[in-house]
Write a protein that binds this ligand. Structure first.
Ligand code: PEP
Ligand code: MN
Length: 341
């Protein structure tokens, strides 16, 4: 089927619809244009011209709860955090914190400081995706407990990575936003299950460092389908450009500033940028942060540590508390100086 003339319909089955009902419908429509996501959501590719007829037919089929078109979220795409901060409302929201959670004291010190500087949320890895199996892999559940304590003390919502679908229940119990890292951008079961998780927690999806924009957007669709399958009305998804691998090796990765602008035209989802992992060197974090903001990012993810030389991971790219406060001041000045954008 020519994709230009095709449309996708999402058929959600009722919980009491048996497997025979579901597979009978897929069989009738043609298995080659159907794709299951979980046992309750069927994506069907149809000719655009037959959309209305097919919608009516599917809506009248026994066992079908509803039929949606993709993407079809009636609710807003901006993500509201529990402290009232909104990512994607036209402001610049900064999420800051250490690469890894190291201790409750470390995290609470950072949280208080970044909050004072104007951060909207606290980041910190408890489950770390490290390239080397000999690098620090995170404190796990203890790290999540530290995040919860820092939230209690500062009121900052917490963003933390979920590495594996089997940890979703645990991480979602503590996190306000689930981060899916660059190395997991194509872990499709994790994408779908994070989207459909009963907690409804929003997701930050980081671009794979070798992924095209198209692949990134397709990965995003897995999360969105998960959300739809769980009956969510809002997409609850934030895209994060964090640098890609190119021949330019003077920085750790190359922040694809153009991708920020492109993603803003290709989707309604909030788009943030991570200048820290792109730079790999704290000297370049502020310039890349400003470049991302100028390109239209809705937010930034910045690594901060009180003593970067002693950080358990990614020390070279961490800003210290003062440098972060300075960065925040600079960003505020630039935004208020923008005349009538
Ligand atoms: C992180 O943000 O902690 C991280 C590991 O980043 P990435 O997945 O982009 O490498
Ligand atoms: Mn890091």
């Amino acid at each position: 089927m020519n994709p230009m003339s095709s449309a996708i319909l999402l058929v959600r089955f009722r919980d009491d619809a048996g497997p025979e009902t579901c597979s009978a419908l897929a069989g009738r429509l043609g298995v080659d244009r159907c794709r299951w996501h979980g046992s309750r959501l069927l994506c069907v590719q149809i000719e655009e011209s037959s959309r209305e007829g097919m919608l009516a037919e599917l809506r009248g089929t026994a066992g079908v709860r509803d039929v949606l078109t993709a993407p079809d979220f009636p609710g807003p795409s901006a993500v509201r955090l529990p402290n009232g901060a909104v990512i994607g409302d036209g402001s610049l929201s900064v999420i800051a914190g250490p690469c890894s959670v190291e201790s409750a004291a470390q995290l609470c010190e950072i949280a208080a400081s970044v909050r004072e500087a104007g951060a909207a949320a606290l980041r910190g890895g408890a489950f770390k995706a490290r390239t080397s199996p000999y690098s620090f892999g995170g404190l796990g559940e203890k790290g999540l407990e530290c995040l919860a304590l820092a939230r209690e003390k500062t009121g900052l919502p917490v963003v933390t990575e979920v590495l594996d679908a089997q940890d979703l229940d645990l991480v979602a119990r503590f996190a306000d936003v689930l981060q899916i890292g660059s190395r997991n951008m194509q872990n499709t079961p994790l994408l779908f299950q994070a989207g459909s998780h009963a907690s409804g927690k929003p997701v930050i999806l980081k671009r794979g460092f070798a992924a095209t924009i198209e692949e990134f957007l397709q990965a995003a669709q897995y999360v969105l389908l998960g959300r739809l399958s769980a009956g969510r009305r809002e997409p609850g998804l934030i895209l994060c450009e964090r640098g890609i691998r190119t021949p330019c090796d003077a920085t750790r990765f190359t922040l694809d500033v153009g991708a920020i602008a492109v993603l803003q035209t290709r989707t309604d989802l909030p788009v943030i940028a991570d200048p820290s992992h792109a730079a790999g060197d704290r000297r370049y974090v502020a310039p890349l942060a400003r470049a991302a903001a100028a390109a239209g990012a809705d937010g930034l993810l910045v690594e901060v540590h009180p003593d970067p030389a002693q950080a358990w991971s990614d020390g070279p790219q961490c800003l210290d508390l003062r440098a972060f406060a300075q960065l925040m001041k600079g960003l505020r000045i630039e935004r208020s100086e923008q005349p009538c954008l």
